[in-house]
Design a protein. Structure first.
Length: 447
């Protein structure tokens, strides 16, 4: 339930916030790119800080679990403020965007770093962590499917039924859609708090300086953090492009005929299909990693993502091309679904490795780096996509775009994510915590 909640917000932020800022909030592409990049630097401080605080928290509910209760309401409120467009001048709206974006990312850190750290105190078994992580990712993608598939219909509902919804502008319609999503997310985090417990009692953390020194000397941590950064770069580059790709390259009124049915081919459908297929990948991650090991499964998946992404560049804008796009989206999404739970399971293994090596637990600090990689990867990717669009000459809300602008959108859906996936495979190739190594570590920790 916790992952469903956070993922509903995260995917909307990643895929629809850029086009909200540029086409509705009316910031320039350059302002939007700068905003998304600069504000994420705060995360490089807030994420480790939150991990340190959570590691040192002691309550009757545990170390990490109480933050789900404390931050559920601020999480929902910050999301609504983020999608609110004040009736101010350009400078005032730009300041408002910075303040609300930093607020949202701070609250997101406050609830998600402790939530992710709970994986380290639910069980001490490495394979069981992969199972738990798969459940997390399965419902995360389930939440993403609901949010992405419902987002555009919700916005249309608030815009079309004005006597009922009391909205006068497209901006207010987007705000109304976020209020609905935020209310659901609030209830999900409260449910997650009520239905979970911390079972593993970790050793007390050491001094703050020693925790950081241990982290900086932890080679597997560096490798998996770089890999996690690449996974989020890959997902966000493609995801942030989709809304622009469908609006300007494919067209907002495109239809696809699959023989048995004809229906509107729009960004929400494309993304929602991806989320369902992510869920298929998550389910596949457990048996595949058990059979071949986490490292091998990760590398093979990344290499396949590279090849499939390149193929996307050559798909034409036609009915057959639309079917091919859906097929590639299905296959790529299954592979990203396999990779996602492996990242968090490998972070849990890195935490066990650190405990074995250093004698103290810094689970929250280690997992905070995963959240930091997620947000920083999203910031770099989202900013880079917008700057690339600007460089290629895309003009927000223009009736026609240049051939150069079209090429930029095609590249961000194909060759650029392909290059990221290839780098990802090379990074994980150096990851040392194999299945056999983790068995040895777990035995030492048990002793």
């Amino acid at each position: 339930m916790g992952d469903m909640s956070s993922s509903m917000f995260w995917k909307i932020f990643s895929y629809y916030l850029p086009i909200f800022y540029s086409d509705i909030f009316q910031l320039s592409l350059g302002q939007t790119a700068t905003l998304m990049f600069v504000t994420r630097f705060w995360d490089t401080v807030s994420d480790p800080m939150m991990g340190i605080i959570a590691d040192r928290t002691q309550t009757r509910w545990g170390k990490y679990r109480p933050y789900l209760l404390w931050f559920a309401a601020p999480f929902a409120i910050a999301g609504v403020l983020l999608f609110t467009t004040p009736d101010w001048d350009d400078q005032g709206r730009l300041v408002y965007a910075y303040v609300t974006y930093i607020l949202m990312m701070t609250v997101y850190t406050g609830i998600n770093v402790p939530y992710a750290s709970m994986l380290g105190v639910m069980t001490s078994d490495s394979q069981e962590k992969t199972v738990f992580s798969s459940y997390r990712m399965f419902f995360a993608y389930g939440g993403s499917f609901i949010a992405l598939f419902a987002w555009e219909p919700l916005c249309d509902f608030f815009a079309k039924y004005q006597p009922l919804t009391k909205v006068d502008t497209v901006a207010e319609a987007w705000q109304g859609a976020m209020i609905v999503i935020a209310a659901i997310c609030f209830l999900l985090f409260i449910g997650s708090f009520l239905l979970t417990r911390e079972h593993v009692k970790t050793r007390p953390t050491g001094a703050l300086g020693s925790d950081f020194m241990h982290l900086l000397k932890n080679a597997p941590w560096w490798i998996i953090t770089a890999g996690a950064l690449c996974t989020n770069l890959f997902n966000t580059v493609r995801g942030a492009t989709v809304a622009y790709y469908f609006k300007y390259y494919i067209g907002e009124n495109a239809h696809i005929n699959l023989g048995i049915a004809e229906f509107l081919f729009f960004a929400g459908l494309f993304l929602a299909v991806g989320e369902v297929c992510n869920m298929v990948g998550v389910v596949s991650a457990v048996p595949l990693s058990k059979r071949f090991g986490k490292k091998t499964t990760f590398i093979v998946s990344a290499l396949a993502m590279t090849v499939l992404s390149i193929l996307f560049f050559y798909v034409p804008v036609s009915n057959g091309g639309f079917a091919a796009m859906l097929l590639l989206q299905i296959l790529i999404s299954i592979l990203t679904g396999i990779v996602s739970p492996l990242v968090w399971s490998m972070y849990a293994d890195v935490a066990d490795y650190s405990t074995m090596k250093n004698g103290t637990s810094s689970t929250g600090l280690i997992f905070s780096s995963g959240s930091m990689a997620q947000k920083f990867g999203g910031a770099i990717a989202g900013s880079a996509v917008l700057l690339l669009f600007d460089a290629f000459g895309l003009v927000p809300n223009a009736a026609e775009q240049t051939d150069s602008a079209m090429l930029g959108m095609r590249l961000t859906m194909s060759y650029i994510p392909a290059a990221i996936a290839l780098v990802m495979a090379l990074i994980i190739w150096a990851y040392p915590l194999t299945t056999r190594r983790m068995e040895e570590i777990n035995k030492k920790l048990e002793n």
